[in-house]
Structures are given as C-alpha cells and as structure tokens.
Design a protein around this ligand. Sequence first.
Ligand code: ADP
Ligand code: MN
Ligand code: MN
Ligand code: MN
Length: 351
Amino acid sequence: MAIIAEYIWIDGSTPTKKLRSKTKIIHDEISDEHLNDEGALKLSFFPKWQFDGSSTNQADGDKSDCILRPVRLYPDPIRGGDAVLVLCEVDKASGAHHPTNTRAKLRDVLARGGDKVDAWFGFEQEYTLYEGSRPLGFPSERRFPAAQGPYYCGVGADEVYGRELVEAHMEVCLEAGLSIQGVNAEVMPGQWEFQMGGPGAGALKATDDLWVGRWLLYRVGENHGISATLDPKPVPGDWNGAGMHTNYSTTATRAPGGVDEINAIAERLSKRVPEHLAAYGAGYEMRLTGHHETCRYDQFKWGVSNRGASIRIPANVAEAGCGYLEDRRPNANADPYEVAAVLLRSTCDLH
Ligand code: ADP
Ligand code: MN
Ligand code: MN
Ligand code: MN
C-alpha cells in the first residue's frame, strides 16, 4: 500500500517567505521498525528529498538542488486515510543548514540555554481573505464598505464574510492535531484570526503548528476560490492592519508572583527594540502607526490591558499576579521561528 506524503517547506522569497509543497508517493514496504507504539508511521520512515532551489529563491540554477529533511508529521486532513503532511527543514546539498532555515536557528537558541525557561507561545494569526483583487466584503471597484466597528466578532451576512472557509479551516486544523485555540472575525471586513499554540505549547510545537496552519488555510481556500494573505496592511487608510500578537510565558512568569518577571522581561525587551522589529515581519512601519490598536514602531510602551502598547499584560494576568505577556508588535507576515527565537534570546540574555 502506498503512502501519500505532502512535503511542506518554507522558501526564500523576500521580503516575506512563502510556503511550498510537493507530493511524494512512497511505495516502500512498512516494517515494524517504522511504526511507533500507536501503530503510526515514524518520522524515520520518510526519506530526505530534494527540490529545485533556483525556483524558490534558495539556490542558483547551476547548483540548484536543496534538501528537504522531514522534522514533524501530521495526519493529512485533506487527503485523509494514511496520507500525511511532512513538515521539513531545508538543507544545502552539502548537508549544512540553508541560510533561509530559521527553524534551525530557533533550535540553536533552544540548545544554547533558551529551553531552560520552558517557554510557551500562543500566536494570534490574523489574515485577510480575498476573492480576486478585493478583500471579501469590499464592494467592487473603488467603493468601500461601511466604516469599521461592527465587524469584529460580528454575526450576520451584512457583517461577516468568509465564515464557511474559516470553519472548514478550523476543522482541518483539529483533524491534523494542531494546537489551534480558537478563531474570530476581525476589525476589518474579510479579516479573521486563528490562535495557535497556547498553554503547554513549547517553541517548536507552536511554531511548526502555525506554519502548517497557514498551509492548510491556503490549501482549503483553493476549494472555495478564496485566497488568504498575511499582508500586514492590506488596505491603506482607516482600516486595521493584520498582526500576529505573540503571547509568551515562562516557568517564572507562570509561577505565583510571576508578574514581577513579566515586568522584568518587558524591561529587557525595551532595550532590544531594533533586534525585535527586525524579526517581526516586513512592513511593520505601515502597521505600527500608533493608531488602530498599535503602538508606534519607534516607541516602546507596556501596560496592563493596554491595546495601544507594544507589550500588553492582560487584565486577568495582572489580577492573578502571574501568567503571560502579549507582544503586540509582530506582523501577520512574521516568521514565527524568528519571533520565538528573538523572544527567547532577550529573555535569556543570549546573542
Ligand atoms: P486577545 O485577542 O484578547 O489578545 P486571544 O484569546 O486571541 O487574546 O489570544 C490569547 C492567546 O494566548 C490564546 O491563544 C492562548 O492560548 C494564549 N495563552 C494563554 N495562556 C498562555 C500562556 N501561559 N503562555 C502562552 N500563551 C498563552
Ligand atoms: Mn485575539
Ligand atoms: Mn486580533
Ligand atoms: Mn491579541
């Protein structure tokens, strides 16, 4: 019996990396050594593979081969049955990590002491749905919908656009075993959010799940004739941008009295603003304007319940005296591997 495996990787597009995938049909005999205790295929069953790096901005044509090295498996909810999604890191043909392989850089930060704080990450991935060249809910040509206000968490065909796709995406995320925490309609029509990671989700699980959740969003969108974009400011003017708020906790912030450590982390972040912004997605200046629930990119503020701050301490966390903080600065198009790595570096004073 053949296994259908969708090998997924992250390319070298600039300024924002994109997802790629291709299908491998594996006809090999499955022996017991390839099965885990639950009878599922192990990662070791899936061979390395190669692709044309000259078509993904990862190699020159005369030395075009790049290597896909499987790192995490998910049941494939699109194909069902025994099919799997195989998330991969990219190596150079020499075997060294490819410069675009930010997951390897996150692993390096974890190995150099970043894992000691047992960080959990909860990403709020905002995105905008498009049919053709206009966001869903935007009338054709140069007309605009009624001003923002009723759309966030709204209900009704006059306020909410694309729910069928959003629900279908949520279902496949669950079937794939992703750490999805919820979904909601956002402030601009056609804009939505899903949350990935959360309590118990370590750096690699939360970030891998987010990339696979993005892939599933695009893939399910194909079935609906709708595309999704992570553009941080899809419509200029008085319309909210799209972010990837990153909720973050460590053993110390979660322990009783952990709010002191939350303040200490915020203090450390205040001294490393440029390093963080560099990891928070292209075009952050367009989104972090000081309006639309953001703090200006060249300012740094933190505070309880403040959605105009760079770092928000949720009200329930302030009340409990421990928990997590929310970094509101990452753009929707940020690479979660880079976001997690820089937060761990600042928290643990690594360079
Ligand atoms: P809001 O829209 O009010 O900013 P959301 O509910 O969309 O908040 O997102 C908050 C996220 O924080 C959730 O996905 C949740 O899983 C995550 N979260 C909760 N507790 C922790 C924690 N201790 N560490 C990391 N993330 C957390
Ligand atoms: Mn949210
Ligand atoms: Mn949101
Ligand atoms: Mn938020």
